[in-house]
Design a protein around this ligand. Structure first.
Ligand SMILES: N[C@@H](CCC(=O)N[C@@H](CS)C(=O)NCC(=O)O)C(=O)O
Length: 185
């Protein structure tokens, strides 16, 4: 089983955590922009190859990995809501980041102002859900921690005034499966 991606991607990080929790051997293959563009239909990372099987989105990868492990992926509607909201916030933050790297300034584009608003309202909403971070965290909690960790790593957004989100981050940073997959500094 081969996971293709970068060591800085929060989606790849979530998949690495899940794969490390299982027994099956797997390898991490570093894929740059050009490689993912040529080898994945989504032109994104992560993607996974397992024999003839190709999975090109972290959610499909996680569903498959958890099924192979005999574990729940997202066991409740509340878990889905947390996972999807954290993923939307992450997509939004990364979209703004990549556009800025390409010279697009958010204030000059109305849709990007909406994206910035979306990121802010998702942070407030996730705070209100009081998600927590268990000793054996759910994939909803892991996704939220990967999102917040990426925001801190890239200094893309601030949530120190969000008590519940700060607590998720602090607890995740005491979990070895999370710290072992931290982006390289
Ligand atoms: N929905 C995808 C999102 C993956 C994603 O956005 N990956 C970023 C890296 S963190 C990427 O490869 N972006 C390249 C691009 O947008 O061209 C998933 O969950 O796997």
């Amino acid at each position: 089983m081969q996971l293709f991606g970068s060591l800085t991607s929060p989606y790849v990080r979530h998949c690495r955590i899940a794969l490390n929790q299982g027994e099956r051997p797997w390898t991490m293959e570093i894929a740059d922009y050009a490689f993912s563009g040529a080898n994945s239909p989504t032109k994104k990372v992560p993607f996974l190859k397992d024999g003839a099987l190709l999975l090109s989105d972290s959610t499909a990868i996680l569903a498959e990995v958890r099924q192979q492990q005999g574990r729940d992926f997202l066991a409740s509607t509340r878990d889905w809501e947390i996972y999807c909201t954290a993923s939307t916030a992450l997509d939004t933050a990364i979209n703004i980041y990549l556009l800025e790297q390409n010279g697009v300034v958010a204030e000059h584009v109305p849709y990007l102002a909406r994206q910035a608003d979306r990121l802010s309202s998702c942070l407030d909403y996730l705070e209100s859900l009081d998600v927590g971070f268990d000793a054996s965290p759910t994939d909803a909690q892991i996704r939220l921690a990967c999102f917040l960790g990426w925001g801190q790593f890239r200094r893309r957004f601030e949530f120190s005034n969000h008590i519940s989100l700060t607590s998720v981050c602090n607890k995740a940073n005491q979990w070895s499966a999370f710290t072992e997959t931290a982006p390289p500094t």
